[in-house]
Design a protein around this ligand. Structure first.
Ligand SMILES: [Zn+2]
Length: 374
């Protein structure tokens, strides 16, 4: 039996269930668009009805039903309360270390993620809880700290500037062309010093990132250890950095912070400045604050979500690093966030409904369902 919880600003959604064989057909309408009265679809007063009546041959009247979506819950087995990895990379180099990855290893990471059903999403989408990925896939956020040149390198050729095919941006661009289902998203956590190692091209690079869906985040002006600063110092380190990059490109906004050294102020009075503050009249705010390593995290509407201490998974092949976690997900795939592919719905097995913080959800419905062997 399936149950429906509805939250949100709309007044109602039409839902028609096909009970049996695990299939269902969902008919959703948008009250802002649908002319009244709606005569062809049954208005469901109760969460459960016995017999579905679905008129699916409505192609002549596209305005009558905005979206007709079908999802085989038995087959897809979504769980939008599950774990999400925010992967932490730094440099690409000749050897695999804690803070560097070879080009080949990075490419094989992407391939394995893709093959295992992951799709890259932006930090903004993670913050908003909006995942525009196919049903059955798992979001992953790719992050790169410190603005190494290997993250974004231009080659100067006779024909002009070309993106180095072996830098992170070049590799992600190419991987997306070959595997569009993977998506194209990454966030680079930058310091003001010499981001991406080619000062004369920094504005061009930032514009490219903006134009191609990449993001930048705050990593403090001079990679300061925030545990050693007072309120003024923290605000200078974070606010000065956002101001600096805002002056270079006002469209690229820093809305999240990767803590330098993974260290957050110990003093409770100082911690709020990591989230919000101002420097010389310029206000900054961080919707998420990322730590260093060692485990996957949860969606923003999960009861355990703490925006001041979002965990990341370190790239690499050691214990509790990316390869280790992918091995773990092969053994225990039910741990993962699995998308229902539906924009306005958060699908959660009944067993995991207690993970959902309904107060953190304002514009989506929470859909609870039961499956065997979940
Ligand atoms: Zn760093």
């Amino acid at each position: 039996m399936k149950k429906l919880l509805v939250r949100g600003w709309w007044t109602w959604i039409l839902v028609v269930f096909l009970v049996g064989c695990g299939n269902e057909v969902l008919v959703k309408t948008d009250d802002d668009i649908i002319p009244e009265p709606i005569v062809e679809q049954p208005v469901i007063e109760e969460p459960v009805i016995e017999e579905p009546v679905v008129d699916s041959d409505d192609s002549e009247e596209p305005d009558a039903i905005e979206v007709v979506e079908e999802l085989d819950y038995e087959m897809v087995r979504p769980d939008e309360s599950g774990e999400i990895m925010i992967v932490m990379y730094h440099n690409l180099s000749e050897t695999n270390t804690t803070y560097s990855r070879t080009i080949e290893s990075f490419k094989s990471d992407l391939q394995r993620l893709f093959d295992m059903g992951f799709s890259a999403v932006s930090m903004k989408d993670y913050i908003d809880g909006n995942f525009d990925i196919e049903a059955g896939r798992t979001p992953v956020v790719l992050t790169f700290d410190d603005g190494h040149r290997s993250n974004f390198n231009y080659l100067e050729t006779e024909d002009g500037l070309e993106i180095d095919p072996d830098c992170v941006v070049g590799i992600l661009d190419a991987f997306y062309i070959d595997n569009p289902t993977f998506g194209k998203a990454a966030i680079f956590y930058l310091n003001a010093g010499n981001p991406f190692g080619q000062p004369k091209y920094i504005e061009q690079k930032l514009q490219y990132l903006f134009d191609h869906g990449y993001e930048i985040g705050n990593h403090a002006y001079n990679h300061e250890d925030l545990t050693k600063l007072d309120a003024e110092g923290i605000q200078r380190a974070l606010g000065k950095n956002t101001t600096h990059f805002n002056n270079l490109n006002e469209k690229l906004v820093m809305e999240s912070l990767a803590l330098p050294y993974g260290k957050s102020p110990q003093n409770d009075d100082l911690r709020p400045y990591v989230l919000k503050g101002q420097f010389e009249g310029f206000e900054y705010s961080n919707h998420t604050v990322l730590r260093v390593g060692w485990k996957p995290y949860v969606p923003v509407y999960h009861v355990d979500f703490n925006k001041s201490g979002v965990h990341r998974v370190q790239s690499g092949d050691g214990d509790m690093q990316l390869s280790w976690w992918l091995d773990e997900y092969e053994k225990n795939p039910q741990r993962r966030f699995v998308s229902d592919g539906l924009e306005n719905r958060i699908s959660v097995p009944s067993l995991h409904l207690n993970r959902i913080n309904v107060d953190a959800i304002s514009d989506k419905e929470v859909f609870e369902f039961d499956l065997e062997n979940y």
